[in-house]
Design a protein around this ligand. Structure first.
Ligand code: CTP
Length: 395
């Protein structure tokens, strides 16, 4: 992930009180943050708090002309490479849609030509108002990215749409931002995480896969404009436009893939699917038989999901993964052929590699191509490279 200069623009909504926590997350992720705020935002969060967490003075109307050597809102616009408007009120959204420049926030945003990410948060009726919706549509047509508000408990005391998404989701919105919707209109099915094969109601056979790679692929694909179905055993933050199907076992995963297969353009099997399940799982908690004896479980083979869709594909592009502890390329080449995949992503696992890490280093294998090495990078960056390769293959 590239570390950015992020201009955080705080406007006058109650969710402003959560922005200091968001700024801490962005800084922890390696970004540098400077804040500008409207006069109305000051009713919900102080400039001193925002200055302390961002480690920079905050740009306000009151202090705009403190330093006569430069025009503060223009210098601010020059400094940043991404603008994040959070929370964005209906009022500021309307101003942005019309090109107003009547405070430091709207001035700096008008002086900035780079990516603008908007996080609306407001009362449900204000959000659903046709005027606000028309303004939002206009911001999108101007190239701004909009993170839709969540449905949940509003400050008004009832459940409705309008709530600011969790800070982790906003940080994800920043880190997955894509300037071009290169996968617009594509249906992408992605599996993630290790399957859990039940022994009894409280025990299972699992593996070390965290689901981070598959979830990163789902988030980046959604940011590229694809319709994403994420079939997963993991519970990690996703962008609101990712449709998540929670599954546990290989057989549930197979059913969910089958349900989505015909309509899909791409299927990416990033999940670590168990090769076996317990032949007859117990419907009650197994008890120790005696103090001395061991336990033998009979395992039966699971379906090979990748192989079956690789064989059945018509127009779909089928992508597999191979996680190996040794002889990576030899095993991966064999899997590419055996499973009829169009692309295989191979990586080393174990000894601090792969599973449950935030970074990865992979090889991309395609039939009749030399393997291509992708050096160590964050899983979001690896996901971007995999999806760019997929997009090029689709033409
Ligand atoms: N896979 C699958 N169904 C299975 C097992 C694996 O769809 N029952 C998929 C995985 O999602 C991955 C690819 O196949 O995309 C390779 O998984 P891996 O476990 O490395 O392959 P196996 O065929 O199980 O080979 P191994 O003998 O190394 O376990």
């Amino acid at each position: 992930m590239l570390h950015k200069h992020i201009g955080v623009f705080v406007t006058g909504g109650i969710a402003a009180y959560k922005v200091p926590n968001l700024i801490r997350m962005l800084i922890k992720a390696g970004h540098e943050v400077q804040v500008a705020m409207t006069p109305a935002a000051g009713a919900f969060v102080t400039s001193q708090t925002l200055a302390t967490v961002s480690k920079h003075p905050v740009l306000t109307d009151e202090h705009e002309f403190d330093d006569p050597s430069h025009v503060a809102h223009v210098a601010f616009a020059h400094w940043m490479d991404m603008a994040l408007i959070v929370p964005a009120t209906a009022n500021t959204i309307a101003k942005l849609a019309s090109g107003f420049a009547d405070n430091v926030v709207t001035n700096a945003l008008l002086a900035f030509n780079g990516p603008k990410l908007v996080v609306p948060a407001m009362n449900d009726q204000m959000w659903l108002n046709a005027q606000t919706q028309a303004n939002i549509a206009h911001l999108k047509s101007l190239g701004m990215a909009v993170l839709p508000p969540a449905t949940g408990f509003l400050a008004e005391g009832y459940q409705a749409v309008g709530r600011m998404p969790e800070e982790a989701v906003i940080a994800l919105f920043v880190d997955t931002y894509q300037p071009q919707p290169t996968l617009q209109g594509k249906q992408v099915v992605i599996t993630a995480g290790g399957t859990k094969e039940r022994i009894d109601p409280v025990r299972y056979i699992g593996n070390d896969s965290s689901g981070k790679m598959g979830t990163a692929l789902a988030n980046i694909a959604a940011a590229m404009g694809a319709d994403v179905e994420l079939i997963t055993t993991a519970n990690l933050p996703t962008l609101p436009q990712v449709h998540v199907s929670a599954v546990q076992s290989a057989s549930e995963m197979q059913q969910a893939v089958a349900l989505n297969f015909d309509a899909s353009d791409v299927v990416i099997m990033a999940a670590a699917v168990a090769d076996y399940h317990v032949a007859t799982p117990s419907d009650h908690k197994l008890k120790k038989v005696s103090e001395e004896s061991g336990l033998t479980l009979e395992l039966a083979q699971n379906p090979d999901i990748l192989k079956s869709i690789g064989t059945a594909k018509t127009h779909q592009l089928v992508v597999g993964f191979a996680a190996e502890t040794d002889e990576l390329l030899t095993h991966a080449q064999a899997k590419l052929a055996k499973k009829h995949a169009d692309l295989l992503v191979a990586n080393l696992v174990g000894h601090g590699h792969g599973f449950n890490q935030d970074t990865n280093a992979v090889w991309l294998l395609q039939p009749n191509h030399e393997p291509k090495q992708v050096p160590e990078a964050s899983k979001l960056e690896i996901a971007e490279q995999i999806l760019n390769t997929i997009q090029q293959k689709m033409g």
